[in-house]
Design a protein around this ligand. Sequence first.
Ligand code: FAD
Length: 521
Amino acid sequence: FPSYFTVIMLLSRLMAFIGIPKNDDVLSSNLEDLDIGSKLSRGPSAIASSSQDFGLIVKSVPQAVLFPSSPQDIASLLKSNYNSSAPFTVAARGNSHSVRGQAMAKNGVVVDMTWLNKNPNKIGIRISNDGKYADVGGQQLWIDVLNVTLRSGLSPVSWTDYLYLTVGGTLSNAGISGQTFRYGPQISNVYEMDVITGKGDFVTCSPNNNSDLFFAVLGGLGQFGIITRARIPLETAPKRVKWIRMFYSDFTAFSRDQELLISKNERADKNALNYVEGSLLLNQGSLENFRSTFFPPQDQPKIIALITKYGIVYSLEIVKYYYDDQTNATVDKDLQQQLQGLTYLPGFLFEKGVSYVEFLNRVRSEELKLRSKGLWDVPHPWLNLFIPKSRMTDFNHGVFKGIVLQRKITIGPLLVYPMNRNKWDDRMSASIPDEEIFYTVGFLLASGFDNWQAFDDQNKAVLRFCEKAGIEVKQYLPHYTTKEDWITHFGSKWNAFQQRKQQFDPKFLLSPGQSIFNSNS
Ligand code: FAD
């Protein structure tokens, strides 16, 4: 029989191999002595799921995962960790839809935020008596916020394209979609938050109360604290929407029309559009990648012929909501006015009327389709950029018509749409270009497990092109690997960002996966 020591050694090798940390790693931090010790798991499935994300590119193994029953559990973990002589890093994990390990904590502790929902007394989704806002747990998915508020005929106004993301996760980035030009990003639509800082302090903050923490956290990439509650403004929910896509062969005409449409952006203006986006259609012989369910099957051959002719077709997408007092006819009349003077290709305007929920939850049907083909849980080497309007022509020329057409790596949607800077509050941590109008471009690529590097090489080529051409892009959902890049990213906000880090997380413990103050490799 093997000796006791041999068995222990073999067991420890096996544990290391399957990713279970050794006991002494955790014990060194006295985790087991905490009153939340019983809520920490080092089980293989907890560790495995916290070691990866939607991107399926990065793997970082934590020592343990906290399954909190309440925000107090999180505060307790952060407080004792902060006071410990050997603190570990901690990452909140929302729905883990980051693509580069941003919600991971190598050798640290991952806080599984969604576990909070198992507590019947959780911070759920509570609408105020006057219906002006909802108090929402940081772990809540936006789809649930939508479903609950709709029951009272209400809804938040600023969205992401995809709704299976947590409130805390999108508020740590920005939360953008076609509504941003008019309502601002999701981080511009928060009245108040409860945040547990890196020191373990539980703080309620708003623009007038602990405002430093409030603005730090919005777009703060999880660096300053863990959001456990956010107060989100609500408005009357529309019942239905009119949804239109128009095609262009010329980028100048496409972007001129997009910019014209987003110039009418008063929040209270009932005539303004509610959503403006855009995307590229590239020559792939089919419409599979382009949310094709939108286009009537009988029109698909002519669309494919158009793309084949031009190589790239630009698709402008708009939506107008309608409320109880509006009919199909009045909305159509309204839209006719908006469309006047636009220069899309004749015969290439497609429209449909759908329910508000069907529109907002549109990416879910794409997800289910991809899942059924085994194409959802694959690597996602995404690149999301913010680009100043003044350089979009150069970007179109060098990237869309250059790199993208040459390399032909286009599996996944390629989004392009403008936003207004004045809808963003400069006190927030989120970093955006200096110009009044800037574009977001999203290369939402999906690759195979053995070829994601080739996709990533295309991303690198895009970034190199921008650098060479002097186009000052900012990454959205940023992934930088050097301090210099982070300093450049935050630009004039870097000093404040650093000072706020010193104030709220001086030991650099939170969200190490962002690799801003710690290296997660
Ligand atoms: P996670 O990936 O779990 O976490 C992201 C970061 O936030 C991490 O640093 C984490 O530590 C931190 N964090 C998480 N929860 C909290 C909390 N409660 N408090 C403090 N920090 C926290 N983004 C858009 O803006 N618009 C879109 O249209 C859009 N569409 C998307 C579609 C898909 C299919 C996917 C996969 C992503 C999309 N995203 C979009 C990106 C998405 O908003 C971000 O990846 C977001 O971070 C995901 O939320 P999450 O809850 O999964 O966060």
